[in-house]
Write a protein of this length. Structure first.
Length: 203
């Protein structure tokens, strides 16, 4: 995974009033766990937003209390109306202990079905996996170069080394759907074929 840094400030209190004051100051309250004890902190809303809205997934180096902690994001909460970030959960990485992350799913190749007028449908933008953080890939690639209209690819069709995919192997990931344009083209091709048929063939 790619690595990003965040600078955290310890929280002196963890009540709702303190959290509200932090958010009014454009800071996001958070908690880090997994390393034995929980650490409550706050980070810049702007810096955190840059990481969260990024399509990539990052291993985070959190600078807190003059120490650096390697972490992965476990959960983020957004305000239901303003969609501002309101809380962050980080899991501290411990050597030899697997972590759960959601890796971006990206396609490779060009689907013949799309070339012929179909539409590529992505059922998942990210896929949950579990593995040792140092061995996790930056992304999951799925080859669509053999997908015609009506074809699809499932979890069983991808190879993600060094980790376990946390979805059933039959889960649909991408599909090439038939569009109205493709159906119209098929209809026109059929009509042209019928018109071009010889009278002997018709008999």
């Amino acid at each position: 995974m790619k690595i990003a840094s965040l600078s955290g400030s310890p929280r002196e209190s963890v009540g709702k009033k303190d959290a509200a004051q932090l958010r009014n100051s454009y800071r996001v309250p958070g908690v880090m766990y997994g390393g034995g004890s929980q650490e409550h902190f706050s980070v810049s809303e702007l810096e955190l937003t840059k990481l969260i809205v990024n399509p990539d997934v990052f291993q985070i180096k959190l600078d807190l209390n003059e120490q650096s902690y390697d972490c992965v994001v476990q959960d983020v909460q957004f305000h239901p109306v303003t969609e501002r970030l309101v809380h962050l959960d980080l899991l501290q990485i411990v050597d030899g202990k697997p972590v759960r992350v959601e890796l971006p799913l990206r396609t490779t190749g060009t689907a013949p079905g799309v070339v012929n007028g179909g539409r590529l449908q992505m059922l998942f933008r990210r896929v949950a996996v579990r593995g040792i953080a140092a061995s996790l890939p930056e992304e999951i690639l799925i080859d669509i170069s053999e997908l015609n209209i009506g074809d699809s690819a499932r979890v069983r069709d991808i190879d993600v080394p060094n980790c376990e995919v946390l979805l059933n192997e039959s889960t649909l990931l991408v599909a090439v759907k038939r569009t109205r344009a493709a159906m119209s083209a098929d209809s026109e091709a059929e009509e042209a074929s019928e018109e071009g048929a010889s009278p002997e063939a018709a008999e």
